[in-house]
Write a protein that binds this ligand. Structure first.
Ligand SMILES: N[C@@H](CC(=O)c1ccccc1NC=O)C(=O)O
Ligand SMILES: [Zn+2]
Ligand SMILES: [Zn+2]
Length: 208
C-alpha cells in the first residue's frame, strides 16, 4: 500500500465560495493573552465550501441530513477515472469504463484549474447517467467540481436524479495530479445533525 494522498482543498480565508454564499473565515476568538493558557478558534463557513459532501436535505426539504447518512459509504475502495475537460458527463463519456463492482467512482475532469477563483462554468452530470451508474452498483460519485449540475441550474436535475437512484455526492475534490486507477478512499463528513452538507478531509491511497 502506498501513502495516503490528500485530495482536499485547503480551507483558508482565500478559498472561493459559491457566488453569494457565506465566505470562509477562521479566527482565534479567545487568544492566549486573554485566556491565559490557550488559543481557541472559531470557524464560519458554508457547508458547500471546498471539498464536501451533499446530504439530500440540500436539495429536498424532507431529504436525509448528514447525520442520517451511512458513513461506511465514505470509506473504502474507489475507482478514479480521467475525462479530459468534457463538455458534460453522460453515458457516452463513461461507457468504455469497466464499472463492474465499483461502489465509489471519482471523476477527474481538470475543468476547474484555478481553485483560487470560483469557476464561470463547469461540465455537468447528465441526469441519465444516474440510472446507468446505479445499475452497475455505484453509490458514491465524486468530482473535482463544485457541483454536479450547471452552475446556473435551479432544477438541480442531476442532484435529484442521483439521489433518486441512491447515489451520494462528493464535490470539490483536488485530482490534478492523480492517475486513474484503483484506490482506497476516506472522506468522512462531520456528524452534523442538521447538516445539508459537510466539509470532508478526502484522502486516497493506491491499491497495489
Ligand atoms: N448545489 C451546490 C451548491 C449550491 O447550489 C449553492 C451553494 C451555496 C449557495 C447557493 C447555492 N445554490 C443557489 O442556487 C452544491 O451542491 O455544492
Ligand atoms: Zn454541495
Ligand atoms: Zn451539490
Amino acid at each position: 500500500m502506498g501513502n495516503w494522498i490528500d485530495i482536499s482543498q485547503v480551507l483558508n480565508d482565500r478559498i472561493p465560495v459559491w457566488p453569494g454564499d457565506t465566505p470562509f473565515h477562521y479566527e482565534v476568538s479567545w487568544g492566549m493573552e486573554e485566556s491565559g493558557s490557550v488559543n481557541v478558534g472559531q470557524v464560519t463557513m458554508s457547508t458547500h465550501t471546498g471539498t464536501h459532501i451533499d446530504a439530500p436535505f440540500h436539495f429536498e426539504n424532507d431529504g436525509k441530513k448528514v447525520i442520517d447518512l451511512d458513513f461506511n459509504l465514505y470509506i473504502g475502495p474507489a475507482k478514479i477515472i480521467h475525462l479530459q475537460k468534457p463538455a458534460s458527463i453522460g453515458i457516452k463519456e463513461v461507457e468504455a469504463v469497466d464499472l463492474r463492482g465499483v461502489k465509489r467512482l471519482l471523476i477527474r475532469t481538470d475543468a476547474w484549474q484555478d481553485k483560487t477563483v470560483f469557476p464561470e462554468s463547469i461540465p455537468h452530470i447528465e441526469p441519465e447517467l444516474a440510472a446507468f451508474l446505479a445499475e452497475q452498483g455505484v453509490q458514491l460519485l465524486g468530482l473535482d467540481l463544485p457541483s454536479v449540475d450547471p452552475l446556473d441550474s435551479k432544477e438541480l436535475s442531476a442532484h435529484h436524479e442521483l439521489n433518486n437512484k441512491g447515489i451520494h455526492i462528493l464535490e470539490g475534490l483536488v485530482l490534478d495530479k492523480i492517475e486513474p486507477g484503483e484506490y482506497e478512499l476516506a472522506a468522512l463528513p462531520l456528524p452534523l445533525e442538521q447538516g445539508d452538507g459537510s466539509p470532508v478531509r478526502a484522502v486516497i491511497r493506491e491499491i497495489k
